[in-house]
Design a protein around this ligand. Structure first.
Ligand code: PEP
Ligand code: MG
Length: 888
């Protein structure tokens, strides 16, 4: 018999923390908290396997689920001493979704389930507080109708507002028990009008309705989009947590709150959270009442006048602070918790590893090493490599002028500028158009995820540090300023105003998510400091990794950035980029137009000193580290003008007729240049180009060695080889030039010759190609293109629909296709090593900076990855994690 339901509560549980696949994150942690003796209201978790079953069986449940749920419910009834549906002594429950990882866009919560006309009266009598009972009932109808029955919650809000107007109440809490009972009648009528049936009175029907709604929410558009953005597999499914209600809204000795065990923005070891007296969970995040700080320090830091929990309920606060320490000692990580205080008693409703900024993640990991909670390798695994992006990117230039127009909460750090947009759709549309946009909203909801993703930054006028905007932006690494209450947003007029200034849609603004400042215009930024805790983490990562990390760089600036970020050499210097620089393009064009070899050589003579100077600079920056220089790769027509109006000016520069230039351009035109006369094919037809480049490399190497004493190690790389002979002939040219230079200068350059593996044939024939190659560098951009037969320049147009339809899980140009392209890499590595044991193997396609592709490189045992300079730290960390994973 399959166990579909796991109980928890009363100091024990059937589940535990490591069962998150089956119980979801929330369920596993509720079980774990019960197990370690924390005060958790009893309940049970319906497993993710039920969700899978549900979708595999036309939305039917397993036959024995009902009995298992009944039994679990009976256990809860026993612990609480109340009965589900009993009018005299009703048990009420909450129903929440809970996937393996927390997922906005999923059904959130239904509270007070089990209330109906009878049990509400029973609750009123039993609690002696009819106001509380009817307030709970009306909240339940509103929430359940919205979440489960799909009735728009605005309709209920309208009724509530009407009732407040009628009675002269300003706050919800000013409505009397009778007002609320009247409101409930209105609510029920509203449901009947909308749905043609009554609000369900049977608690069991309510429960099954809520369970079904949780499972259905797994497939909502929002959830699907979120999963796709975060690469969460659909097969995981969600669990459902049913838990006895505790009430934070039974009076002034009650409260509810959310907290982080450390500051999620800075990582400081300070208890950080918000609470509300006499409130239910959703009130804290809904932005209707302003949440208060937990601690006096937190309150003072924000200059808040509202009393802290530490002052209002010192004893319960002390308990909560102890729970904080217990959880951190137990989980060895920063926790994000939810709690409720019912008449002076503390209950824990949730714990999970808290989302944090990268800056905070780094500080917390380092502090926890110092506190003895985790070791250095564990610290390395705590940082999401991709998330380093957040801190590797620029911050506001401290010296730049800022026209600050407002301030909100520093919800997610980093500076961003963009043009103002007011809806997620508009943000997305403009971003697709190439604009940098800022999403400005009163508050955000899971429906806005796509716009938040498209935006450079997010600005909201409502909601605290734990609001949707703040949490999601931190997770996405977008700068965010939230709760900027002075801003007046007019969605209709597409403007916001603050301090007498009106900002329109399309105007530029800048936000600083580290300080909360909002500025007019685009404020310049500066590069971040990469010392302190960041350097410690990177140090530990370097100790743990096996793969070397190099950078793809050709300009001195890129090379310097790469070194700064810890690159251990250059894995790809695309020399064609040097051909476009300054005046040399003219000489390159002369070469292309030359009638014969002598003409080409004359032009190449002009290019030689420029190329040599480029390499001198690069070798100097790289100080003896290996530099892989790739010989000319693209087809020649790329260097000729494209636009008709360019021909005249260029012909004049070159001293040739426009006709001649046009004729040559037409001659070089190819239907399919990616598969055309490029790479080693070009070098083999014009070996003098290879000769010039080899000479430039070797002469530069010798110059640098003479001047600085650092002997550069050059790896001369021949692109687009598919046939052994192609490489053999080029290698002969390179070796000959090396000998000539050695004879002329009296020093032999230190070099090797190798090839890129960019064609399936090259991968398959790697065994023979390795006879000529000291190294292989997998050019996975072209290898992906040629393996799939998919143009790397045109595929983006339809890859999106392929991903949507599930034909491809990822864009194969961003994440290595391990099955296809990966198999070719494995074959090439194996055959290459067989011919030449110890052949150096690396990767230099875009995938070299992608963490999951790097993991594959570790698996295959490549020697290094090479990626763009800004991704070097990401690659160092990902390489370390890949190595640690394999140890574990
Ligand atoms: C590749 O093909 O993966 C590669 C690195 O070369 P390029 O992107 O220059 O074609
Ligand atoms: Mg290539």
């Amino acid at each position: 018999m399959t166990k579909w339901v796991y109980s928890f509560g009363n100091g024990k549980a059937e589940g535990q923390a490591d069962m998150r696949n089956l119980l979801g994150g929330k369920g596993a942690n509720l079980a774990e908290m019960s197990n370690i003796g924390l005060p958790v209201p009893p309940g049970f978790t319906v497993t993710t396997e039920v969700c899978t079953f549900y979708y595999q069986n036309e939305k039917q449940y397993p036959g024995d689920l009902n009995d298992q749920m009944d039994a679990a419910l009976a256990t809860v009834e026993g612990i609480v001493g109340a009965k589900f549906g009993d009018p005299a002594n009703p048990l009420l429950v909450s129903v929440r979704s809970g996937a393996r990882v927390s997922m906005p866009g999923m059904m959130d919560t239904v509270l007070n389930l089990g209330l109906n006309d009878e049990t509400a009266a029973g609750l009123a009598a039993k609690s002696g507080d009819p106001r509380f009972a009817y307030d709970s009932y009306r909240r339940f109808i509103q929430m359940y109708s919205n979440v489960v029955l799909d009735v728009d919650h605005h309709l209920f809000e309208e009724q509530l507002e009407i009732k407040k107007e009628e009675t002269g109440a300003v706050l919800d809490t000013e409505l009397s028990a009778q007002d609320l009972q009247d409101l409930i009648v209105e609510y029920k009528r509203l449901v009947r009008d909308e749905l043609d049936h009554d609000f369900p009175q049977d608690p069991r029907e309510q429960l099954w309705g809520a369970v079904g709604a949780v499972f259905s929410s797994w497939m909502t558009h929002r959830a699907v989009v979120y999963r796709k953005l975060n690469k969460i597999p659909e097969e995981w499914g969600t669990a459902v947590n049913v838990q006895a209600m505790v009430f934070g809204n039974m009076g002034d000795d009650c409260a509810t709150g959310v907290a982080f065990t450390r500051d999620p923005s800075t990582g400081e070891n300070l208890f950080y959270g918000e609470y509300l007296v006499n409130a239910q969970g959703e009130d804290v995040v809904a932005g209707i009442r302003t949440p208060q700080h937990l601690t006096i320090a937190g309150k003072d830091a924000q200059g808040s006048k509202l009393p802290a929990m530490e002052e209002v309920m010192p004893e319960v606060f002390k308990q909560l602070d102890d729970v904080r320490l217990t959880l951190e000692k137990h989980y060895h990580d920063m926790q994000d918790i939810e709690f409720t205080v019912q008449q002076g008693t503390l209950y824990m409703l949730q714990t999970r590893n808290g989302k944090r900024t990268t800056q905070a993640a780094i500080k917390i990991a380092c502090d926890m090493v110092d506190e003895g909670l985790i070791n250095e390798e564990e610290a390395v695994t705590r940082i999401e490599p991709q998330a380093l992006d957040q801190i590797l990117h620029p911050r506001l230039d401290p010296d730049a002028e800022r026209k600050v127009i407002g301030k909100g909460l520093p919800a997610s750090p980093g500076a961003a500028s963009g043009i103002v947009t007011f809806t997620a759709d508009e943000a997305e549309a403009r971003a697709l158009n190439g604009d940098r946009v800022m999403l400005v909203r009163i508050e955000t909801s899971p429906e806005d995820i796509h716009g938040m993703h498209a935006a450079q930054g997010i600005l909201t006028t409502r909601g605290g540090m734990t609001s949707h905007a703040a949490v999601v932006a931190r997770g996405m690494g977008r700068p965010c300023v939230s709760g900027a209450g002075d801003l007046n947003v007019d969605y209709k007029g597409k403007t916001f105003s603050v301090a007498g200034i009106t900002v329109k849609e399309g105007d530029w603004i800048t936000i600083d998510g580290g300080s909360g400042q909002i500025m007019l215009g685009e404020v310049p930024t500066v590069q971040p400091e990469l010392s302190g805790d960041f350097a410690r983490i990177m140090d530990w990562a370097d100790k743990a990794r096996r793969l070397k990390v190099r950078a793809n760089a050709e300009t001195p600036d890129d090379a310097r950035t790469a070194r700064n970020f810890g690159a251990e050499g250059i894995g790809l210097c695309r020399t064609e980029h040097m051909f476009f620089e300054g005046d040399r393009i003219t000489a390159v064009r002369e070469m292309i137009l030359a009638e014969d070899e002598a003409g080409r050589r004359a032009a190449l003579e002009k290019i030689l000193p420029m190329q040599r100077a480029d390499f001198v600079e690069l070798f100097n920056i790289m100080k003896g580290l290996p530099v892989t220089v790739r010989l000319l790769d693209p087809p020649l027509h790329e260097f000729l003008p494209r636009e008709p109006n360019e021909f005249e000016a260029i012909a004049k520069d070159l001293g040739v007729s426009v006709e001649k230039l046009r004729y040559r351009a037409a001659q070089l035109h190819e239907m399919n240049p990616m598969l055309g006369h490029r790479g080693c094919r070009l070098l083999n037809t014009y070996p003098e180009i290879c000769e010039m480049q080899a000479r430039a490399i070797f002469e530069a190497a010798i110059l640098v060695r003479e001047e600085s004493g650092d002997a550069p190690h050059c790896e001369v790389m021949v692109p687009l080889v598919g046939i052994q002979k192609e490489l053999e002939l080029m290698r002969a040219v390179i070796d000959r030039v090396a000998d000539e230079v050695a004879a002329e200068k009296g020093i032999k350059p230190d070099y090797t010759v190798g090839t890129m593996i960019e064609l399936p044939r090259a991968a398959l024939r790697a065994g023979t190609i390795a006879e000529e190659a000291a190294f292989f560098s997998f050019g996975t951009n072209d290898l992906t293109q040629t393996t799939f037969g998919l143009s790397r320049d045109d595929a983006a147009g339809f890859l999106g629909s392929y991903e949507k339809r599930g034909i491809l899980k990822n864009d194969p140009f961003a994440t290595l296709d391990k099955e296809g392209v990966g198999e070719l890499i494995e074959i090439a590595a194996e055959r290459g090593r067989k011919t030449r044991p110890g052949i150096k193997l690396g990767i230099c396609g875009e995938h070299g900076g992608d963490p999951s592709s790097i993991d594959f490189c570790e698996e295959v045992g490549l020697d290094y990855v090479s990626c763009s300079p800004f991704r070097v730290p990401i690659a160092r960390l990902a390489a370390a994690q890949a190595a640690i994973r394999r140890k574990g």
